[in-house]
Design a protein around this ligand. Structure first.
Ligand SMILES: [Zn+2]
Length: 222
């Protein structure tokens, strides 16, 4: 059975929520697409989403853990979680699509995506489309050979911190250094947690933090 068929991919009432969006079009789209209910639970994933998960060693775990009605928050970790949840809620409340660029690289390829969260008619949910913007083999990242050095990347608490965007791994002995370890992009060692490296923070987050401060100057600590 193909991964796309192995999972119940949409809630029975999903088609009725679309009104203007065409389900066969979503089904054919090569972009990975999922939809969320107003309380931000998974109500649809398209075949491309399943294929992407399978290609990136996400199956069968993804289908088992992120089945329909799973809160999308369960699929995120670290500061990225609050950032995305707030953005999704804002798009639902305002009825305005939310746009966001992010990196999701594999061990071999650099990949940049554009995400758009479209509010469904009557704000009965969100349709989240992830389109590939750019892909090429890594040319600017020198891999670090891990060998038996897994423990060099563990903190005192036994955790390994991986940047949620670029997938580099922080060195606890020199916290400013984040290494590119291709073998760990697909298969991270146990007890890995998500973080944000300084470069990704500067690129992806600072504009949003600045916008938030401008909207609410009293939030200087944000
Ligand atoms: Zn990063």
């Amino acid at each position: 059975m193909s991964p796309a068929a192995a999972m119940n991919r949409y809630r029975p009432d999903f088609r009725d929520l679309l009104e203007g969006f065409d389900l066969p079009t979503l089904e054919r789209d090569p972009s990975t697409i999922f939809a969320l209910s107003p309380d931000l639970k998974l109500i649809y994933v398209n075949p491309a989403w399943c294929m992407f998960a399978a290609r990136n060693d996400g199956e069968p775990e993804l289908s088992r853990h992120y089945h329909l009605d799973t809160p999308v928050a369960d699929a995120m970790c670290g500061p990225l979680r609050e950032f995305c949840l707030q953005a999704f809620q804002k798009a639902l409340c305002t009825g305005t699509p939310w746009h966001y660029d992010y990196e999701c690289s594999s061990a071999e390829h650099y990949r940049m995506y554009h995400q758009t969260a479209y509010p469904l008619p009557l704000r009965r949910g969100l349709l989240v489309v992830n389109s590939l913007v750019r892909e090429h083999v890594h040319v600017d990242r020198k891999p670090v050979s891990t060998g038996s050095t897994t423990n060099h990347y563990r903190t005192k608490d036994g955790l390994i911190t991986q940047c949620a965007h670029c997938r580099r791994v922080q060195r606890p002995s020199r916290p400013a250094v984040w290494d590119w370890i291709p073998a760990w992009v697909s298969h991270m060692p146990p007890n890995t947690t998500g973080g944000i490296c300084p470069l990704c923070f500067a690129h992806y987050w600072k504009p949003h933090v600045k916008a938030k401060r401008a909207a609410a100057p009293d939030l200087a600590h944000v």
